[in-house]
Design a protein around this ligand. Structure first.
Ligand SMILES: CC(=O)N[C@H]1[C@@H](OP(=O)(O)OP(=O)(O)OC[C@H]2O[C@@H](n3ccc(=O)[nH]c3=O)[C@H](O)[C@@H]2O)O[C@H](CO)[C@@H](O)[C@@H]1O
Length: 382
């Protein structure tokens, strides 16, 4: 198998989870998965593949920047990057022809485009996986040449052009298995949260891997109030820790004991999620898949500029069934406080939202996607 996809956690982790699922399934029947990850150099996917012991090859890739004005699509940066796509396709074609996979899995991101196109040229079956409600730019391109298009939500099927629906199947968005086995007590121990009050709910604030300036600013503004109601774990982004420390230096010692600040959550993330009663977050597809599988009450503040406004779409999709609160457009600190307050003071309301969130969760997504990949591979072998 060749797997491709990356750039962000949202594209990389579902690919990794599917590879692990296939490895485990084949090992259980005495088989073995031969897998090669094709991605960009010096990228999240290259680091993930290295740490997981997965063979990795690089291809050239270019980011196509969207523009409100279509004429700006021809900006110098876009023209330069588009020029790299044919080079990437040529490199990917040579890699795929040499490796001879039975199947190629693409999970999105710019790097998936040349690899997916090369799969088609080499007549290898291509399975595309989309994490978000609307197809991303890379997957829109690849869906036309894919054997199967696996999507994460039923509502995506209605958004697909009729020509693509026949190849589409709903699998859900694979969540890393360790996320499902977090332990709240371990979070308290490992992060040394001895100032946390077990009688108060815990709020986890996250802006995604890079952190979010918008969420950081809003949370800093309501922090004195928030810490009267709750314990707070705040993932602010690796580059923002010093700023946040300065901004929160005025907290009383007692309040500061209930506040834990971190740039990035590594292996402790599952335990932190287990401890969280309420989550304040961006609405990237990966985060949403995790929050719904676990069943967490959440206040979502979408990244407005995400491709095709898909984070807004993800957030509204959950909010429509009461599975989250979505704060759209210009959000003030007062808006955030008003959204969070009832979830902190009313455990029943929190539990109801968590249960509705769980209705959207798909804990079997990796197994379903593994089925699709294996079926496509077997079709090629027959
Ligand atoms: C800016 C951007 O382009 N965002 C897109 C990107 O999301 P992006 O990758 O930024 O965000 P996602 O929510 O999809 O995934 C983030 C992943 O990183 C993990 N995490 C986060 C913080 C942390 O400290 N530790 C940690 O492990 C989360 O648990 C999650 O698994 O791809 C998603 C899937 O196509 C899209 O929905 C997003 O719109």
């Amino acid at each position: 198998m060749v797997v491709t996809g990356g750039g962000t956690g949202g594209h990389t982790y579902p690919a990794l989870t599917t590879v692990r699922t296939l490895q485990a399934r084949l090992a259980a029947t005495g088989g073995m998965l031969d897998v090669l990850w094709v991605g960009a150099a010096d990228s999240l996917e290259s680091r993930v593949a290295a740490s997981e012991g997965i063979a990795f090859e690089t291809v050239a890739t270019g980011k196509i920047r969207r523009a409100a004005n279509p004429l700006k699509l021809a900006s110098p940066a876009n023209v330069r990057d588009m020029g790299r796509v044919p080079l990437g396709v040529a490199q990917a074609r040579s890699i795929i022809a040499g490796y001879g996979p039975d199947v190629v899995l693409a999970t999105g991101g710019y790097v998936a485009v040349p690899v997916g196109l090369a799969a088609r040229m080499c007549r290898r079956p291509l399975v595309v996986h989309e994490q978000t409600v609307r197809l991303g730019l890379a997957n829109k391109t690849l869906a036309r040449v894919a054997a199967r298009v696996a999507v994460s939500s039923q509502s995506t099927l209605e958004l697909l052009p009729p020509g693509l629906r026949a190849a589409a199947v709903v699998t859900g968005n694979p969540v890393r298995p360790e996320v499902l086995t977090g332990d709240s007590h371990r979070a308290v121990e490992m992060l040394d949260l001895r100032g946390f009050d077990p009688r108060r709910p815990t709020v986890y604030v996250t802006g995604g891997a890079q952190g979010s300036q918008q969420i950081n600013t809003l949370v800093a503004e309501i922090l004195p109030w928030l810490l009267q109601q709750a314990n707070v774990i705040h993932q602010c982004g690796p580059g923002n820790v010093d700023t946040l420390r300065r901004r929160t230096a005025q907290l009383s010692a007692e309040a500061a004991g209930r506040y834990f600040l971190a740039g990035f959550m590594g292996p402790e993330l599952p335990d932190v999620l287990a401890l969280a009663d309420v989550v304040i977050s961006r609405s990237g597809a990966g985060t949403i898949a995790e929050l719904t599988v676990l069943g967490k009450a959440a206040v979502l503040i979408p990244l407005a500029s995400s491709a095709g406004n898909e984070q807004a779409h993800n957030a509204q999709h959950l909010a429509a069934t009461g599975a989250a609160v979505a704060l759209m457009g210009e959000v003030s600190a007062a808006d955030l406080q008003a959204a969070v307050a009832p979830l902190l003071t009313d455990p029943g309301r929190r539990a109801a939202m968590a249960a509705r969130a769980r209705d959207h969760g798909r804990p079997d997504a990796a197994e379903r996607l593994a089925d699709i990949v294996l079926t496509a591979a077997r079709t090629a072998l027959d």
